[in-house]
Design a binder for this molecule. Sequence first.
Ligand SMILES: [Zn+2]
Ligand SMILES: [Zn+2]
Length: 333
Amino acid sequence: MKTATPHFFTLSRPIRPTWCRTMLALVMLALFTTLSCQAQDVIPLLLTTKFSPGASDCDHNPPPPLEIRQFDATTYVLRESLCVTDEAPFMYLIIGSTRALLIDTGDVADPKKMPLAQTVLRLLPAKAGLTLPLLVAHSHRHSDHREGDVQFRGLPNVEVIGHDIDSVKTYFGFVDWPNGEAHIDLGGRIVDVIPTPGHNETHVAFYDRTTALVFSGDFLMPGRLLINDKQADLASARRMAAFASQHLVSYVLGGHVEINDAGETFSWGATMHANEHVLPLTKKDLMALPEAVEHFNHFYTHYGSFIMQDQLFVPPFLTLAAPDSLVLLGSTH
Ligand SMILES: [Zn+2]
Ligand SMILES: [Zn+2]
């Protein structure tokens, strides 16, 4: 794991006595080691975790609609089943001392098919019969990341942020979009919000300072990176690489997994993901993304481990070479 000096250990002014500097260095080393050990203690659980592969015939023995993985005591990963939606998006629940944050609500509105709100509320701590206040935010406005909003609207102690660009800018206070950062205070736990348009104009990434996890939505994930605006995406990739160079990053968790262990894409619409790639990507992937996007030819580019496709346009020769791309037209994962 590459580790930049965590920003929360940065000193604002020098300390003169040598013994004091030595003691401080030892304390910083101890704190850093503790953080690293904590991260290493929990990360392997996620790294080795394989999610349900779905099923080739979802009518027989379908997996549960929602899978839940616990990264640590207050951080959850949820995934919708491939048998309920072939988008199979991931969602993330981050719990602080005064409120919790849910990133994305998935692709299914009907609570009978996908008991998302019920499940999330059950995971939240409760006091005097009331669950911890919940803020619902989105990586971006594509429907597979917000269809579940209806399950949360009107619930007590729950606030759902709008998914259109004006709502995103206004709620987070971005006055010079896509520049600047916003911060969500969950009580003893800060989550940074960084604009990452390119896949979609509303896209943001989240950084949890407690776990050093980056939640990257569809901007970066183990799968097809659909790019709607190359210049915006390149600027976002550079912005995130600059951010990562200044911060500890444990892992990068995206919105979908669409490749297998060999890096081959699954067919669009597949309800079975055999030998699916693990969810976490790394700081190295994040740092390598700008160079990959620079090489994107506006159609389809496989550069290193990155597979980039234009969101709407697929030239005829490519549909012959990659039949799956025939159904790419209009795709908005
Ligand atoms: Zn999307
Ligand atoms: Zn998506």
